[in-house]
Design a protein around this ligand. Sequence first.
Ligand code: T4K
Length: 398
Amino acid sequence: MLEPFPQPIYVTRPFLPPMEEMVGQLEDIWTSQCLTNGGTKHAQLELELKELLHVPNLSLFNNGTIALMVACQSLRLSGEVITTPFTFPATPHALTWNGIQPVFCDIDPRSFTLDVSRLERMITAKTTAILGVHVYGMPCDVIKIQEIADRYGLRVLYDAAHAFGVAVNNQGIGTFGDISMFSFHATKLFHTVEGGALTFNDKRLKQRIDLLKNFGIANEEEVLEPGINGKMNELQAAMGLLVARHLEDERSKRAEIIQTYRKDLSDIAGIDLVLPPANVDSNYQYCVIRVNQRLFGRTRDELHTLLCDYNVHTRKYFYPLCSDYSCYRHLPSTDEKNLLVARQVVREVLCLPLYGDLQLPDVRKICALIKAFHTPVRSIQIIEAKTGTFANTIPFSA
Ligand code: T4K
């Protein structure tokens, strides 16, 4: 008999370094009296992250959304930008805040990222860029996207909010396209409480990006552009330095949890664990399953509610599609027929709890619950009116 968990199990929990390590960082900050506007912690974190992410250039930000907005400004994007509807609201909103119209392209049924076979037909005379999202840390088809962008003279941006530490064929994910944005929100594998970064290959961008995130201030007497406040402060940077120290430990614990899910979910019909292809180094940011209602016997929404009743709080990331938000529904690209795959995927995916402190027996229990909720192909027994005996058994799927 499976009992509900006594305490809520959330989809994630932030990694917290030992408190005494943070106290040491705070002492440094108190001594320096430098709290923000580019202190030593900030400088050190930029250096460390360039190495960790295997990128040549990096600028830190106070969060990923502002970073993405600045990325658009730094490339002077305008008109229309093609992106995915299967993402967090920050992706299209960063475009809209720049006066750019998001154009939603359907997604690939396996990677859930932009379907490159449909990209070209979304390009118009107003298109200035493609904004791919490495959703759940699953890389976009970076090679084909670049080919298409080069053919049409478009810029390429990546929302790599979920992709810290991901590599494709041993190449850091932040080296593809013109600019990539990483989120360092508390819910991410690597975090600075709130925070983010832009990475880019062209070193000339560094000066412009750093100018834009500091109000456009060049020096005490010159303001060159209408910039914004996107600066990461010293307390955020200090947290980042500590989280970085423990990153590999957190990542390997998550890898073990994913292996446990993989094993225990493998024999449940209609439940597929979503995993990246073999040439990708995963960061284990999310544990995503896809629910096939016909085989599992229940919908994704039913499974979500049932788990909730047992105190397991999964998330339907990223339902609803951005194209279904009231602020975007009027756009031509939100047409039902344009987004068939995204519409199906968004009804079938569920993010299960995943964080380093999640105990393996709890993972096994979550899997056992899912197994218990599985309703095999049901049978209706039709009783013949005349004889009262069982005449037939008709299998059907829900
Ligand atoms: N692009 C993409 C593709 C993104 O996914 C995101 C952010 C962005 C851009 C923007 O980056 P940032 O500007 O945020 O850097 C969370 C995060 O707030 C958000 O950063 C993230 N994506 C998104 C996928 O997840 P919510 O609204 O789901 O968070 P919340 O508060 O419901 O937290 C989820 C669970 O985590 C809670 O049930 C409990 C646990 N939790 C959360 C926090 C904040 C804790 O245990 N402690 C905590 O402090 O958005």
